[in-house]
Design a binder for this molecule. Structure first.
Ligand code: RIB
Length: 309
């Protein structure tokens, strides 16, 4: 397959410990959960799985621990059509962990421990740089060391590989990194953290997008939850509505959106059509519990879109 169709994802792998409960515990309070699940997650892995299941040719650069769950995750990634040759097993480190509360409204609250994800250093990126240079697009998030994300973005820029950054979780970022990004996909909270603008309306989203454009980013997508996404290219913006579904939990909804969006772009879909495709994938994901367990396959996304038309 030509460079133009390949995707590289660089990011985290976590074992998600998910507890469903009626409401989030307040400080000092203990709440008995209704259900406890251990599932495969991590923003990097979720986005890689979303792209793989949506049909992308994808290679994943990541680190996991030399523990039993790390082995199981590696097997699952391969089953999800992901090239795992650049997933390193780090001796003496545990696989990353996320502790996730999900309340009765399907909202979540997450704490993470990096574990082996901290070993995704610039030296690790350098060992796998061919994956980036051969790809047409590089998709990253912010659960990996920032210096490694910057190193990967520099390699990508030097080899005409498009850089897509999902700036999650919200973290302050240097302009040096932002100037290397071609497409950025913050949610409202992350957009506020990057621009100082609280995004409560389309006008706010347009102003936040303007600030990100001024940092050198050509395409800005600000995801707006139920309201859809603000899509702005070089300052010309529009809101693309999402699909209305009954959410069970929103874990990995943003990850599914990102993986599906870039897959559709690599197939040559317009920004608008790619956003609609990604909305469909995310809409399916929120109707199912968990992270990777909720990510749909391509046939499911195509069927969902057919039912909408
Ligand atoms: O975006 C969802 C992911 O965030 C979860 O899978 C969890 O691992 C955290 O990284």
């Amino acid at each position: 397959m030509s460079k133009s169709a390949k995707l590289a994802v660089l990011g985290s792998i976590n074992a998600d410990h998910i507890l469903n409960l009626a409401h989030f515990p307040r400080p000092g309070e203990t709440v008995t959960g209704e259900q406890y699940t251990v599932a495969f997650g991590g923003k990097g892995a979720n986005q890689a799985v979303a792209a793989g299941r949506a049909g992308a040719e994808i290679a994943f650069i990541a680190c996991l621990g030399d523990d039993a769950i790390g082995e199981r995750i590696l097997d699952q990634l391969a089953q999800d059509k992901i090239d795992t040759a650049s997933v390193e097993t780090v001796r003496g480190e545990p696989t990353g962990v996320a502790l996730i509360f999900v309340n009765a409204e399907g909202e979540n609250s997450i704490g993470i421990c990096a574990g082996a994800n901290a070993a995704l250093t610039p030296a690790c990126v350098a060992r796998h740089q061919q994956v980036i240079t051969e790809a047409s697009a590089l998709l990253m998030q912010l659960e990996s060391p920032l210096e490694s994300i910057l190193a990967a973005a520099r390699i990508a820029r030097a080899h005409q590989t498009q850089v897509i950054l999902n700036p999650a979780p919200a973290t302050p970022l240097d302009d040096a990194l932002l100037s290397l990004v071609d497409i950025i996909t913050p949610n409202e909270t992350e957009a506020e953290s990057l621009t100082g603008i609280a995004v409560n309306s389309d006008d706010d989203a347009a102003r936040a997008a303007g600030i990100l454009h001024a940092k050198g980013i050509k395409t800005v997508l600000i995801t707006l939850g139920r309201r859809g996404v603000w899509l702005s290219e070089q300052g010309k913006g529009e809101r693309i509505a999402g699909f209305s579904v009954k959410a069970v939990d929103t874990i990995a909804a943003g990850d599914t959106f990102n993986g599906a969006f870039i897959t559709a772009r690599l197939e040559g879909k317009s920004l608008q059509d790619a956003a609609r495709f990604a909305h469909a994938a995310a809409a399916i994901a929120v109707t199912r519990p968990g992270a990777q367990a909720s990510v749909p396959w391509r046939t499911e996304i195509d069927d969902f879109l057919l039912q909408q038309s």
